[in-house]
Design a binder for this molecule. Structure first.
Ligand SMILES: [Zn+2]
Length: 272
């Protein structure tokens, strides 16, 4: 898997704007103070988000990030930097520095170290392979959260924050990669996003996958449930319903895939 690390200042500002105005429930509880970053320029961020959404519709796209990272879309790339540039003059973010280089190296090193095992687990549990390419947007200025943003499209785009948590980035990224693979394979209908969120939270971060990669000592499902509903109160119902099912799945996780198990447990909408 090729990892492309992106620390571009404009893209990082866009990540924060997307977190604030993006899909319903996209923001974990800890990220709510992200709005403080923009202070009195908050209105400009709303304007930028609305403009981007309008432009996405016009271009027949519905993927926010492809507008900025897809090399085949030069027109939109020309337009947006102007508004973002204006915001950037008002909100000073640091340029690439030594810390960002260290974080980037650490992320790539961690992935390389665990890649074989990750692929094995993804194959056995989800019937997926790791994508060929992942875009990681690394942010080291905004220190309100170490929860990855849900920017999961193809190519996979993940924003990660808080440099002191560089080691956790891999497993947070895995959560986002799984969203992307589910989206690409249409395994879970889009309107079941709360179910998808609760399900993935049981696997990574701090979940079953973390335990199998020896990143945590043991997986305690009750504890994980409490963490999930603390971070995302809106998935409580789904997480509660999944708790006994995941508890049983955990015992057979390398012998049977999760989709088969969920279908047997009554989740008929699983499409795999
Ligand atoms: Zn998620």
């Amino acid at each position: 898997m090729k990892i492309i690390i992106n620390s571009n200042k404009y893209i990082r500002l866009l990540v924060s704007i997307h977190n604030l105005f993006g899909p319903e429930d996209s923001m974990a509880k800890k990220m709510l103070n992200e709005s403080e970053l923009f202070g009195k320029e908050f209105h400009l961020t709303a304007q930028i988000y609305t403009d981007i959404k309008t432009n996405i519709k016009k271009s027949g796209q519905n993927k926010f990030w492809t507008l900025f990272l897809d090399k085949n879309m030069p027109k939109t790339k020309q337009k947006y930097p102007n508004l973002i540039k204006k915001l950037n003059q008002l909100i000073k973010l640091n340029n690439k520095n030594k810390t960002s280089k260290e974080i980037s190296n650490q992320i790539i090193k961690n992935f390389k170290k665990h890649e074989t095992k990750i692929n094995y687990l993804l194959n056995n549990i989800f019937l997926f392979n790791l994508p060929e390419e992942v875009n990681l947007i690394v942010d080291y200025d905004i220190t309100t959260s170490f929860t990855g943003s849900s920017l999961s499209y193809d190519p996979v785009i993940i924003s990660v924050q808080m440099p002191e948590y560089a080691n956790k980035i891999m497993t947070i990224s895995l959560h986002e990669i799984l969203h992307s693979l589910i989206n690409k394979n249409k395994t879970i209908p889009e309107d079941k996003y709360r179910f998808e969120e609760a399900l993935l939270d049981y696997f990574a971060p701090r979940g079953i996958i973390d335990e199998k990669l020896n990143l945590i000592n043991n997986f305690n499902i009750k504890e994980r449930f409490e963490q999930i509903i603390f971070n995302r109160p809106y998935v409580k119902e789904e997480a509660q319903k999944l708790l006994p099912i995941i508890k049983n799945y955990y015992k057979v996780s390398e012998k049977t895939n999760i989709w088969k198990f969920l279908k047997k447990s009554g989740y008929k909408f699983i499409n795999l």
